[in-house]
Design a protein around this ligand. Structure first.
Ligand SMILES: *[C@@H]1O[C@H](CO)[C@@H](O)[C@H](O)[C@H]1NC(C)=O
Ligand SMILES: *[C@@H]1O[C@H](CO)[C@@H](O)[C@H](O)[C@H]1NC(C)=O
Ligand SMILES: *[C@@H]1O[C@H](CO)[C@@H](O)[C@H](O)[C@H]1NC(C)=O
Ligand SMILES: *[C@@H]1O[C@H](CO)[C@@H](O)[C@H](O)[C@H]1NC(C)=O
Length: 345
């Protein structure tokens, strides 16, 4: 069987058998590495040794990858395409690389990636998409990547990242997401929550620094207070029944339309009414009643005192003249004259 295969491959790849290595590359037979770096290549060399495990294609001008581009090297474990001119990748470009563990696509001109582009790479351990122009990553790039430990997408144009994509990498340990255009609104809540768990489990990352809205520019997504994201959560049933959706949706607007961050201006209508002045008036009225009462009381007492004084005086005078008190019909007029008349006598 082996002899047949060897015979077959020498028939199919006669040039490899004769020359051993593509024209512009260096082949290291012991490590099964092929180095075609910095050779001005514009496409994948056609005659790669089929048992190649490592392929260096960095620092070239390769501008596209056709479908099944690496069909001839099915055992490839490391592929370096860093610093090329790739702007698009055919959906099946990496098809057939069942053993690929490291894929380096940094420093290219990629602006988007096809959904499930890497789905035929089940063994992938490191995926580096840094320094491209990627503005959107699909929710799914592959199957469940159980072996993926490094995911790098720093220095791109990402505004958000679907949590589902990160959930397809259950064992990722290193995340590089810096230098993107992260828009820290409600759409990033899923990422924030996922990253909190990731760090709690010991993951390492370089930080998600917000580029917008203005309020959060330059701030780390993980340092934005949790309460501000509370309104992004769908309201729970009891919240809906007790207070409706108003408070939540107001804050949601503030986060999803962050230019309008003067949330404070909406609220005062609720508690803007000043307390009514009635109690002060009441106090006045009470005071008036008391003063009036006191004054009336004093006047009454004075009148009483005057009456008592009058009665006492009349009684004394009556006693002095020896007349019964009851008979003094008009005592006032008589008294004065008689006193006056009696005193000289
Ligand atoms: C990228 O590749 C070119 C050659 O294609 C090389 O001149 C340049 O130095 C490389 N850039 C980096 C940052 O390695
Ligand atoms: C890929 O090539 C770049 C540029 O030469 C190099 O810095 C990097 O270490 C290589 N990565 C891998 C995984 O070989
Ligand atoms: C990919 O290549 C870049 C240099 O172009 C290097 O800095 C980076 O570490 C490589 N990524 C991986 C995962 O090896
Ligand atoms: C992860 O790697 C291990 C060891 O190389 C391998 O046995 C396993 O099949 C890989 N997992 C997947 C999902 O391919």
């Amino acid at each position: 069987m082996k002899g047949e295969l060897l015979l077959l491959s020498s028939v199919i790849f006669p040039f490899y058998v004769v020359y051993g290595c593509p024209e512009k590359c260096h082949c290291h037979s012991s490590s099964k590495a092929v180095d075609c770096g910095q050779q001005g290549l514009v496409e994948i060399p056609p005659d790669l040794p089929p048992q190649t495990l490592t392929l260096y294609l960095q620092d070239n001008q390769i501008h596209q990858l056709p479908a099944f581009a690496f069909r001839s090297v099915p055992q490839l474990m490391t592929l370096n395409l860093s610093n090329n001119s790739l702007s698009t990748l055919a959906p099946e470009a990496f098809h057939g690389l069942q053993q690929l563990q490291v894929l380096n696509l940094t420093q290219n001109s990629l602006h988007s990636l096809e959904n499930r582009l890497f789905q035929s790479l089940p063994q992938l351990r490191e995926l580096d998409l840094s320094s491209n122009n990627i503005s959107h990553l699909p929710a799914s790039l592959g199957e469940l990547w159980e072996n993926l430990t490094v995911f790098a997408a720093q220095q791109n144009q990402l505004q958000q990242l679907d949590r589902t994509l990160l959930e397809s990498m259950p064992n990722v340990r290193f995340l590089f997401l810096k230098d993107n255009l992260w828009k820290c609104n409600c759409h990033l809540l899923g990422l924030k929550l996922w990253l909190e768990k990731f760090i709690y489990k010991g993951g390492l990352m370089d930080g998600v620094i917000c580029a917008s809205p203005d309020t959060w520019r330059g701030k780390d997504l993980l340092k934005i207070p949790h309460e501000l994201y509370q309104p992004c959560l769908p309201p729970s049933p009891d919240q809906v029944s007790s207070q409706g959706q108003r408070p939540g949706s107001a804050h949601r607007d503030a986060l999803s339309l962050p230019e309008n961050h003067n949330v404070g201006e909406r609220d005062p209508s609720e508690c803007g009414l000043p307390p009514k002045p009635r109690p002060a008036n009441l106090r006045h009225a009470v005071a008036t009643v008391i003063i009036t009462g006191v004054v009336c009381g004093i006047v009454c007492l004075m009148m009483l005192a005057a009456t008592i004084y009058g009665c006492a005086y009349a009684a004394i005078t009556a006693q002095y003249r020896g007349e019964p008190l009851a008979q003094t019909s008009e005592p006032g007029k008589m008294e004065g004259k008689e006193l006056f008349a009696s005193s000289p006598a």
